[in-house]
Design a protein around this ligand. Structure first.
Ligand code: COA
Length: 703
């Protein structure tokens, strides 16, 4: 953020007395700065009274603070919210996405989006040689700042008079708990003072020697240097480190503002959240990201070519890391729930690649998150397969089988810093299932009933895998009202729908690598953990996505996709062949090796159904026709098993395409049948991407 804007915002912090006119005035002054360089009128447009009303009813900004007479009163936060909306709109994010990213976020998070960092918010007062007082803007009532400075000066004069700091003193070393005499406490920029006081007690660190390693996020972040390869915990918004990545982002921002370059390679289990991917991407701190991202800011950087992204099968990441394809791992930053007396690490809400990162990294930083229930202890099963030729069979014959230990292991000397946190995961809030998702779910249930009748599935089906996203979640909810009992799950992520099925007694056991449920479900999970504990196992992703285990168990895989084509090739990742949405995730691990591989999508996407999700030829292939058994849209389900390409095409056209596009696809197919040089998989190559090109040119695939 430019210094002038930063200073102006600083001076407005704490204001809670703005009239609508004043708010609009300030917004008019600052919007051009945060949405600079954007030609789009809607973004640069100065907000009006109508805009503010619209933003308020849409939940993009808070309601007014109150009334003064008949006039609404606004504050600093309202201004911040307007600027953030405009700034994100300028990055081409739709309002719905912006609401998801900003709703209920604290001021400092919103300031970070504008590029105003935590360090901008602190005012420094020099109290003498080597001593600095920092005051957070807006937190003190008017007139108190001077009193605080005065008192601090007096205190420093007394202390320094008794013992002046020597060159050997390290003002940045950990000072809590029980700071050693002579050490100077440095406040952690990433936490409020209340959190600092209440949390840094180390209750979750039962090992005495490791307790000594408690430090602040800012200090831990300083262990990471530009160019480092960093493996971090985290899988679909759960179990990722909450503070060190943010402190690192601030550090990177400071380096960039001094004209330097600071970028790192970031590896995780899968997607994380705005506190990790978002924070680091926002400051251009990521050189290469792998293996799965769903953060909107990181996505923009990737699609603008400012960040490299290596997207691949989640079950194979550990093998690649161990083989050294990404070079040597410098640091692992791993969130845990606690540390036992003998130094074993209790994993948190995801296991992901944590053990392999710990094994391969030179140094380890731990975040002990006090928010997660300690009763998670025992829910995990950590086992990492050996590399060939020493790979042993993994004796998982049913989802509830255990093969490893409940803990992560790390040599204590590798652990360089431990940071305590108390922050919830930021998991996805799912959309209410809409008519299309419900129809898709209905088709899948009819298909299951048919397979049971045919004797190809047992009455309680086979272990289910369900992908990420709204449709996948809706399909699970569909099972709630079904006749199926005693279901089991062997999947990557336990999301809301699965917990609901466990609650209803429909699912008796679920194995996954992450527990990624929405905030309301988290509370329920925490208060009933005893009930869930013997029904859930969390494993490393090399096991949850292990091709051999998936094959042996006969998993029924259900994954969402972006589009599929006449012959059943599936694109799970790219819009129009070039813009990535998220990544392949585990869909490939499951699709290729499952007993039945099902892909789902609404038949159309975009405004007014301007995109057909069933196309002549997919613009990017993640899953080829040989790995896809069944495709489903709300229009119907096509069972492609045992069919030739031309038989597939007829089914896809009849069962899955939206009526708006059915005549077009039929017409394409019959012309291809006549004019294609090869008649095995008929195509007109000069036209195969005509729908995508039309969408690119006109904003609609419709002819
Ligand atoms: N062209 C352009 N955009 C499309 C599209 C298409 N053919 N199909 C979907 N989209 C857009 C939607 O419009 C929506 O955009 P919005 O969020 O801006 O509204 C977005 O993609 C998500 O679509 P939605 O219909 O809400 O589906 P979803 O939440 O079920 O997610 C995927 C669908 C494909 C994005 C998601 O399943 C995914 O990332 N899959 C790949 C990884 C995976 O399968 N992991 C699981 C393995 S265990």
């Amino acid at each position: 953020m430019d210094t002038e804007l930063s200073k102006a915002l600083y001076s407005l912090q704490g204001r809670a007395d703005l009239s609508l006119e004043e708010l609009l005035d300030l917004a008019a002054r600052f919007v051009p700065r945060v949405a600079a360089g954007q030609a789009r009128y809607k973004v640069t447009e100065v907000p009006s009274e109508r805009t503010v009303r619209y933003y308020t009813t849409s939940g993009l900004i808070d309601r007014p603070l109150g009334l003064s007479g008949t006039r609404a009163v606004y504050g600093y936060r309202h201004l911040l919210q307007i600027l953030v909306v405009k700034s994100l709109q300028a990055r081409d994010l739709p309002l719905r996405k912006i609401r998801g990213m900003t709703a209920d976020r604290p001021d400092d998070y919103l300031e970070a989006i504008l590029g105003r960092t935590e360090s901008d918010r602190w005012e420094s007062v020099n109290l003498g040689p080597g001593v600095e007082l920092r005051i957070r803007g807006g937190d003190l009532p008017p007139g108190r700042k001077e009193k605080v400075v005065e008192a601090a000066e007096g205190a420093v004069a007394r202390i320094v008079g008794a013992r002046a700091p020597s060159a050997g003193d390290n003002p940045g070393s950990p000072s809590a708990p029980g700071a050693r005499p002579g050490q100077y406490e440095r406040r952690d920029n990433t936490m409020s003072s209340v959190e600092t006081r209440s949390m840094l007690r180390g209750q979750r660190i039962r090992n005495k020697a490791l307790k000594e390693k408690i430090t602040f996020a800012t200090d831990a972040a300083e262990l990471i240097k530009s160019g480092y390869r960093v493996g971090m915990s985290g899988f679909t918004g759960s179990g990722y480190p909450k503070l060190v990545p943010q402190a690192l982002a601030e550090h990177i921002l400071r380096e960039h503002s001094k004209g330097g370059t600071f970028r790192i390679v970031v590896m995780t289990g899968a997607s994380t959240s705005s506190e990790l991917d978002g924070a680091l991407a926002m400051v251009d701190g990521i050189e290469l990201r792998m293996p799965y991202n769903s953060d909107p800011i990181a996505r923009e950087k990737i699609n603008f070519g400012k960040m490299e992204y290596f997207d691949f099968h989640l079950g194979t990441v550990a093998q690649y890391v161990r083989s050294g394809f990404f070079g040597d791992l410098d640091v692992a930053i791993i969130e845990v729930t606690g540390i036992t007396e003998d130094g074993k690490l209790i994993p948190s809400t995801s296991v992901g690649n944590n053990q392999v990162f710990i094994d391969c990294a030179r140094e380890v930083i731990l975040e002990v998150n006090n928010y997660h229930p300690l009763d998670l202890e025992g829910m995990h099963d950590v086992y990492e397969p050996q590399a060939p030729p020493n790979t042993a069979p993994i004796p998982i014959l049913k989802p509830s089988d255990r093969v490893g230990t409940p803990y992560l292991a790390c040599p204590p000397e590798k652990i360089k810093a431990i940071v305590e946190t108390n922050h919830p995961d930021r998991t996805t809030v799912f959309k209410e299932p809409d008519a299309a998702s419900k129809a898709i779910s209905g088709h899948i249930l009819d298909f299951f009933a048919h397979e049971v009748r045919k004797g190809r599935l047992p009455k309680n089906l086979l272990p289910l895998q369900s992908g990420v996203g709204n449709v996948a979640n809706a399909v699970l909810y569909g099972l709630l009202d079904s006749e199926y009992e005693d279901l089991t799950v062997y999947t990557e992520v336990i999301q809301d729908g699965m917990l609901a099925l466990i609650d209803a007694g429909k699912i008796t056991f679920a194995s996954a690598t992450a527990l990624s449920v929405s905030p309301s479900m988290v509370e329920k999970f925490k208060s009933n953990i005893g009930f869930y504990k013997d029904k859930i196992i969390l494993r490393p992703q090399s096991i949850s996505n292990h091709v051999g285990v998936i094959k042996r168990l006969g998993v029924v895989a259900m994954n969402g996709c972006v589009e599929f084509d006449l012959y059943g090739n599936v694109n799970s990742t790219h819009v129009n062949g070039t813009r990535i949405i998220n990544g392949i995730g585990g869909s490939g691990d499951f699709a290729r090796n499952s007993y039945i591989s099902i892909f789902t999508t609404p038949s159309v996407a975009g405004r007014d159904g301007s995109i057909s999700c069933v196309v002549p030829m997919v613009s990017h292939v993640d899953h080829c026709e040989h790995d896809v058994d069944v495709v489903v849209t709300e229009q119907g389900l096509a069972d492609l098993r045992g069919t030739s390409p031309k038989q597939r095409a007829v089914q896809v056209i009849e069962k899955c395409v939206h009526p708006d596009y059915r005549p077009m696809l039929k017409e394409y197919y019959f012309r291809a049948l006549n004019h294609s040089p090869g008649k095995h998989t008929p195509h007109l190559l000069e036209e195969a991407f005509a729908w995508h090109l039309r969408y690119q040119r006109t904003g609609s695939m419709k002819g």
